[in-house]
Design a protein around this ligand. Sequence first.
Ligand code: HEM
Length: 417
Amino acid sequence: MVSHPKYLKKIFKNSSEHIEKTNFYDFFKDILGKGISIVTGPIWHNNRKALQPAFQYAMLEDFNKIFNKTGDKLLKKFEKILGRQVDVSPYINSSTMETTYESILGLNFEENPEENLKYSNTIYQYIDTCLERIFSPIKRSDFLYQLMPEHKKQQERLQEILNFTSAIVDKKREEMKRRSGDNISENSDFGIKKKSTLLDIILERFKTDEDLPYEYINEELSTFLTAGHHTVTSVLSSILYELSKHEDVQEKLFEEISSIIEDAKCISTKDINAMEYMECVVKEGLRLYSPATYIERKLDYDVEVDGSIIPKGTSINIFIFQLHRSEQVYKNAMKFDPDRFSAANIDGRDPMAFIPFSFGIRNCIGWKFAMIQIKCLLAKIIYNYRMQPLSQHFKLQLYSDGILKSKNGFPVNLSRR
Ligand code: HEM
């Protein structure tokens, strides 16, 4: 297990090294196996290259329109919980699921909101059960596991997940057919070239690349639908919780937002990029509440650390959560202090000290998407609401099921500004 920048730098000398995933991820192979987060070697390189355009700069402008729309819907839901201490994470989760669905798939979430949210829960129950298996010597055995009642339940969940992603593909194909049947070219909206969503790219690849197995489509969709929204939910909920304890940070943020935006319903990426203090607040949230608590990699070759050799093929667990909370790396590490990320204070800090999106060529493909989404939502919330102090005795009960969560939720008491 590695949780210090000094050792990370020794092991990862080059950004393209040690990108292979460990056996840990085998437990997820039935739903994510052929997706980008698990595959390795030339398949990973090809897939990453093919999918990267779905996150290019030009796409982010379009995504930001969706962030604004779903953000305004979230504010409407918040109107119903004013003046009470309420766990905000389920509200944020339905908003981030909608955002991911509309931006990554290019489909209308409202056509089937209950089904979409049910999928979001089912896939996490499935992943939770996989994690239980990893940590149970008996359940790890495929042979013994197949004899347990849980296996049957897990198979039912798997079928539900596959039905959901297959229905998405059918819907998209129908839409594509309809578009080509209209007198408008498939690739244009009123003469403007339409940008391809991730789902368009996946389906196009499947048409032209004979080597891609059918399961690739479902497993790649599940990869993005899972990676894309629970992470954002986790960090945004924890930031709101911290802000309720730091009125000074809220007010400083409010002043910055008010000085930049002209219309709270339409916050542009230019506005967002101009918010320097916002950047510090979000980064401090990602430090203290890193949604991806750990990642695992396999060593490509023998590595020498402090006179000992770690052999090629060893599984390395990079414990991001601990690294970000280490007193050796951050002074007063447990304090929520956005000023740590001010230009003056980051000077000289080791880049490996802050890795919420991992690092190197196999970092998070959606990190820019995530950053703009979090900032857009946070700007809307802070512009409209204050977070009132919580009861003194409340203490978060954090745990990780791959993503950082809290057993007693992330309570916030909102009041209108
Ligand atoms: C705050 C939000 C997010 C955090 C903290 C985060 C964190 C991470 C981390 C640490 C990894 C590396 C995992 C590893 O090496 O095993 C990763 C990979 C990945 N993330 Fe994110 N992520 C976030 C949001 C997103 C979003 C919004 C998307 C897509 C819409 C996304 C899609 C992915 C994918 C597909 C991978 C696998 C990349 C590959 O293996 O090439 N993530 N993410």
